[in-house]
Design a protein around this ligand. Structure first.
Ligand SMILES: CC(=O)N[C@H]1[C@@H](OP(=O)(O)OP(=O)(O)OC[C@H]2O[C@@H](n3ccc(=O)[nH]c3=O)[C@H](O)[C@@H]2O)O[C@H](CO)[C@H](O)[C@@H]1O
Ligand SMILES: [Mn+2]
Length: 353
């Protein structure tokens, strides 16, 4: 073989070895990088298809023919605070005129989804929830109830007004009530990823052991909606809120921090904002499960952590979730939803609180 042919072949060989080494380095380095930033990437890039193309109608157009009482800058609710320190409304009876709100939102004509779980013996609450919802919840608007149950046969026939629908979806039974309440976030993710975001502009999450007793309408709508828990709204110092206090949990909120304590029995918002919320809270409760910890008040603890750092754009007073267990104080003029009295030991698969 002539010497320049040998040199040429040696060079080709050296180049091939170098290329192979570069290829290995790039691939191994890339994989390692991806693994270490996997969680961040997942959070930043997960989205349901088309979610981020949604168009929110925020035009507050009013019909010129509408007659209503003149609003005042001097007279209003003075017994309670009606604005948060991040300057969003805190809604109480007397802070809005239903005629004005309804007129504005009728022209927007939003589609409202309500997601509830009715697993095990909780199917008994569906009838009262739906029948009272038809009387008081967004009357005259388009509403779809999403009912997740392990027993479709026990879902009663309730006649719904035109423009209102009900979807019954199947979920497995549970051995622990804690599993059910924690699964709320996953059910919302399922619903949105299966198309809820194409059929609804707003999503509310609610407890099924509830009845509507008074108007719950468009005054509640906003991008991210939270409801003050009736038990801690008046004069509870934030160090006494039942937040998760163990630093090992992803729901941890230290003493000295916090705005309000919100209930997980009613919350809502734009479907895409809700998707971000439920994805985040679900990820955090899965991380807790991996670390062998369950937040003190399950999904409610994760929700409170989320709302502390992603402030709700509207806060609803406890009118929006009171309870038959508690007397109604003077500052609660109307009870819009009430949680029913129930025998916890009897109704839950693993008893008690
Ligand atoms: C007023 C309030 O703050 N309510 C919260 C509180 O409610 P509660 O003590 O009222 O909890 P709950 O027993 O009503 O459970 C919450 C919801 O989960 C569903 N469910 C639960 C168990 C079961 O076996 N089957 C079933 O379907 C059902 O929709 C029920 O309404 O604590 C729970 C978690 O600890 C949730 O955070 C609730 O939102
Ligand atoms: Mn409840």
């Amino acid at each position: 073989m002539p010497p320049n042919k040998i040199t040429f072949l040696t060079w080709v060989g050296v180049c091939l070895v170098l290329l192979t080494l570069v290829w290995f380095w790039v691939n191994l380095y890339g994989t390692k990088n991806e693994a270490s930033s996997f969680h961040t990437k997942k959070l930043l890039t997960t989205k349901a298809p088309e979610l981020f193309n949604v168009c929110h109608n925020e035009d507050l157009l009013m019909n010129p023919g509408l007659n209503y009482t003149q609003p005042s800058t001097q007279i209003g609710r003075s017994d309670v605070n009606t604005v948060t320190n991040w300057n969003v409304p805190l809604v109480w009876d007397g802070t809005f005129d239903p005629a004005v709100i309804d007129d504005i939102y009728k022209s927007i004509n939003p589609r409202i989804a309500v997601l509830v779980l009715a697993v095990g013996k909780y199917t008994r609450f569906i009838k009262g929830f739906l029948e009272s919802g038809e009387k008081y919840f967004f009357v005259g608007f388009r509403v779809t109830y999403y009912i997740y149950t392990d027993n479709e046969k026990e879902v009663p026939q309730v006649s719904l007004a035109p423009g209102r629908n009900m979807l019954v979806l199947s979920v497995p039974s549970a051995n622990r009530w804690q599993e059910v309440v924690l699964s709320k976030m996953q059910r919302a993710i399922d619903a949105i990823e299966n198309g809820l975001h194409k059929d609804a502009d707003y999503l509310f999450m609610m407890d099924i052991d509830s009845v509507f007793r008074y108007r719950f309408g468009a005054e509640s709508l906003s991008r991210l909606i939270a409801v003050l828990h009736r038990g801690y709204y008046k004069d509870t110092h934030r160090d006494h809120f039942p937040y998760e206090r163990r630093p090992e949990s992803r729901a941890f909120i230290p003493y000295g921090k916090g705005d309000f304590y919100y209930t997980a029995a009613v919350w809502g918002g734009y479907t895409d904002d809700m998707y971000k919320l439920v994805k985040h809270c679900n990820d955090k409760s899965l991380e807790d499960a991996d670390n062998g910890i369950e937040a003190a008040w399950q999904e409610e603890s994760h929700l409170n952590k989320y709302f502390l750092y992603n402030k709700p754009t509207k806060v609803l007073s406890p009118e929006y979730l009171w309870s038959d267990y508690d007397a109604v104080p003077k500052d609660i003029h109307v009870v819009r939803i009430s949680q029913l009295i129930k025998n916890y030991a009897e109704v839950r698969p693993n008893g008690g609180h």
